[in-house]
Design a protein around this ligand. Structure first.
Ligand code: GUN
Length: 290
């Protein structure tokens, strides 16, 4: 059996079109366009690429994007002052501070400074807590995208055993909450888990979010399982300056066993920014009671 390939690029495109149509409706009704502020401190090359894509896709959806690129030496106080201004600015519905921040800045202080109603990353403890209590909240973009991909091949996940590999605040922990809300039995695993291959072989749904290239092998996967690969790892390849992108799952092996699997690139990656747009629209509607 070879797995169904879950086409994240196509699913993200469809979501973006739906968002664009809804933004156009708001505009036709004479309402203010949703606005997203993206803040980048320093010049990490990967972050610069992400921030550029976020701004471009925000504009393409018809929403307004506001980019704030600050030098690496920006003080914590200056960054907190900018966030306070964005919190108070009625044109801004969403605020995203690109991570990682330079080491002299306390990331938790910054995350907690963002108004939870504008926290389109869903990183603020208020949103994390609301997610844990299954209350309406802004949900982190990558886990939200993973759930949409899962639902594209399996609309009901009820009773399935989901195994999450990785316990980050950005992906592992929130996706475990979303899987629980979808009535899965959830096992959280991580780098210190004993006998990871055996735990993974129990999974009907396997989510790999550890950041280790091709760690999950084909023989860790139950026949017919749905595999969501969150990893984006760049492997050095001779003669290719940019190397090769691989996930946390050994794709060629895994596709021979899995029922459905996301590729890297073209799986989870494209969903993240589409879900950022979704969250920005959600935040705008909630703030304006639309
Ligand atoms: N850096 C890597 N992923 C993310 C993300 O989802 N949000 C933000 N703000 N920074 C990131």
């Amino acid at each position: 059996m070879t797995a169904t390939i879950i086409d994240g690029k196509a699913i993200a495109e469809k979501l973006r079109l739906e968002i664009t149509a809804e933004v156009a409706r708001l505009k036709d009704q004479g309402r203010k366009l949703p606005g997203l502020a993206v803040v980048l401190v320093g010049n990490d090359p990967a972050s610069e690429v992400y921030v550029g894509s976020k701004a471009r896709q925000t504009d393409a959806s018809g929403m307004r994007s506001f980019e704030h690129r600050l030098p690496a030496e920006t003080s914590q106080q200056e960054l907190l002052a900018l966030i306070a201004r964005l919190n108070a600015d009625d044109d801004i519905d969403g605020i995203l501070v690109q991570l990682p921040l330079p080491p002299h800045i306390d990331t938790d202080r910054v995350i907690e400074a963002v108004d939870p109603a504008k926290d389109v990353d869903g990183f603020h403890p208020v949103n994390a807590g609301r997610l844990m209590r299954a209350l309406p909240s802004l949900v982190p973009c990558t886990p939200l995208g993973c759930m949409l991909l899962l639902n594209s091949v399996q609309p009901s996940l009820r009773g399935l055993h989901a195994v999450v590999v990785g316990r980050s605040n950005i992906v592992g922990k929130p996706i475990a909450q979303l899987l629980l809300q979808a009535d899965c039995t959830v096992t959280m695993t991580h780098s210190r888990s004993r006998d990871l291959p055996t735990l993974c072989r129990e999974a009907d749904v396997l989510v790999a979010a550890v950041g280790r290239p091709e760690m999950v092998r084909g023989d860790w996967i139950k026949k017919g399982a749905i595999v969501i690969d969150v990893g984006i790892n760049r492997l050095a390849v001779e003669g290719r300056p940019k190397g090769r992108l691989v996930g946390d799952v050994a794709f060629a092996e895994a596709r021979e066993v899995a029922g459905a699997i996301t590729p890297v690139p073209g799986g989870v990656g494209p969903m993240t920014i589409a879900c950022l747009l979704k969250n920005t629209l959600q935040a705008a509607k909630a703030r304006r009671r639309l």
